[in-house]
Design a protein around this ligand. Sequence first.
Ligand SMILES: O=P(O)(O)OC[C@H]1O[C@H](OP(=O)(O)OP(=O)(O)O)[C@H](O)[C@@H]1O
Length: 178
Amino acid sequence: MDAKLKINEHEFELFIAQDKIEDRIAEMAWRFSSDLKSEVAMVPVMAGAFYFASRFLSHIDKPYRLFGVQASSYKGVNQSEELAISFLKDDRWIKDAHLVILEDIIDSGRTAHELEKYFYSKGAARVEVVALFYKPEQQRFECNLTHYGFEIGPEFIVGYGLDVDEEGRYLKDVYRKQ
Ligand SMILES: O=P(O)(O)OC[C@H]1O[C@H](OP(=O)(O)OP(=O)(O)O)[C@H](O)[C@@H]1O
C-alpha cells in the first residue's frame, strides 16, 4: 500500500486501510441485522457503492430483496448542478416497501435526499440510508441516515469504490486529498 498517490492533478495520502474498513463493515452489518424487524429491499447506489454494498450484504443473513439504482452528479472533485438517477429495473417494487439505500458516502446529502424524495413519491412505506462514509460538516440536505461506518472531515476521498473522474475506484484502501 502506497502512503501517497497522484490521480490526474490531485495528490492523495493514505487515510483508512482496507482491513479497518472491512472490520467496520462487518460490525455495521451485524448491528443492522440485529435492528432489522421487517423484510427490506436493499438499494445500492451505483457505481460507487458497489464495493461497500457487496461486502455489507455478504454479512446479512436475513431475507432481503435487491434493486440497484444509478445516480451520478460529481465531476472531478466537485458536485455538478445535475443529478442523474436511473433504475436498473422497473419501479413497481417501490410501493409499500421498506427501502434501504446503500451509499458509499453522504457528502452534501443531495443524492440520498433526492432518492428518498423519489421513493416516497412512488409510495415507499419507509426509506432509510446506510452509508460507509459520512461528512457531517458538508451535509446540506437531510436524509434518514440510520447507520454509517466512518464520520470524516470535508476532504475529498478516493478508493474502495469512490472515484475521482472515474479513476481510483479499484484502490483497496481509502486515500484523502491533500
Ligand atoms: O451526498 P452527495 O453530495 O450527493 O454525494 C454522494 C454521492 O456522490 C457520489 O456519486 P457520484 O455522483 O460521484 O457518482 P458515482 O457513484 O458514479 O461515482 C457517491 O457515490 C454518492 O452517490
